[in-house]
Design a protein around this ligand. Sequence first.
Ligand SMILES: Cc1cc2nc3c(=O)[nH]c(=O)nc-3n(C[C@H](O)[C@H](O)[C@H](O)COP(=O)(O)OP(=O)(O)OC[C@H]3O[C@@H](n4cnc5c(N)ncnc54)[C@H](O)[C@@H]3O)c2cc1C
Length: 373
Amino acid sequence: MSEDRALLDEVRAFTRGTMRRWGEEVERDGVVPRRMWEELNARGYLRLRAPRAMGGRGLSLPTYLPLLEEFSRGHGSLRMIVHVLNGVWRPLHQYGTPAQIERFVRPLVAGEIVVAFAVTEPHAGTGADVRCTARRDGDQYVLNGEKHLITFGTIADYCLVLCRLEGTSGSEGTLCLLVRQGTPGFSAQPMAESMGLRGGDHAHLIFEDCRVPSDHRIGAEGEGLAVALEGFLYPSRISVAMSCVGLAAQALDLAVAHAKERVTFGRPIGERQMVQAMLAEAATDLEAARRLVLWAGECWEAEPPAIGPSAMAKLYGLEALQRITDRALQVFGGVGYFKDHEIERIYRDARAQRFEEGTAEIQKTTIARTLLE
Ligand SMILES: Cc1cc2nc3c(=O)[nH]c(=O)nc-3n(C[C@H](O)[C@H](O)[C@H](O)COP(=O)(O)OP(=O)(O)OC[C@H]3O[C@@H](n4cnc5c(N)ncnc54)[C@H](O)[C@@H]3O)c2cc1C
């Protein structure tokens, strides 16, 4: 058996075994227990993508994506941890100095620190519109502003914050600062309870004259948006798209099993053509999404990496996921609306994918730009 196949089998056994118990616990308590982080780290699942030279397993995107599909069949918190930790090292590695790589990337890959990615703001659009400001003062930046919806925002050791130099507009004045949790002037408050994705530790970050050492700037002044987009978000969209595929695959499997078991009017509902149509349409949508994501992964690893396919994969993946989970819930009938059925959680978790790493509308904007430029 190849090494890749053995790893896929191992992940499959984990997500369908041990992880089911963790998932129930996270769903009940709303927090990821420390033990779960430790187990994921001990199993090496948080450094699958990082380069071997950094202590990672160095998997290519096409090898990693089927693993992420499996993780996404487990609980949403598992998928988020694996997804974020296997991606957030990238902007630091791509834009960091050799000293920063040793100081931040190595411990991140080793699972000694967690870094959250902080772009979204309550009073601005996500991207070149950001309003968080940084003012240079000697060998420090003075950071002011707010971020919200930030995954792992209260538990992360550092937040990679997209901000701009005071008095600038557009992408030219943007920069990224790695801000340590506990720095005076930095507070992270949990957001209100979310519809789904329990355990995501989504936070509202406030910076009030927060002093950040200038050697915590990742990339140059003016490169902030590139660090955020090229370093993290563009390839990350492919991973989120595969997360959609994994969640949709789980929904479809549950629907198929239910269609075989549930008997009405003397026959399993799976024998009814209208139920079969829902399953057939969902299966076709799922396979189309999966192939598109895998293709986007290959395009990202080509030279130069292509941005359009990652937005296409995210767009199609998130829309297919909504259609598939809706049909799967329909196959379940009324019982699927209740919390003792996994499809209820999947349906809620699926809705978040329409926002994470950019909405459908923003993906369409990106795709159109690649066509028209
Ligand atoms: C579960 C979850 C986890 C998240 N984790 C993180 C995280 O870790 N880090 C982080 O930085 N963010 C995170 N986010 C935020 C997420 O990236 C944003 O919600 C998303 O990018 C949309 O931005 P917004 O919420 O500000 O929506 P808005 O910008 O307020 O948009 C509202 C609506 O208007 C549309 N719209 C806005 N601007 C335009 C435009 N120019 N053209 C066309 N349509 C437009 C949008 O598509 C949307 O439908 C998370 C969100 C969720 C739900």
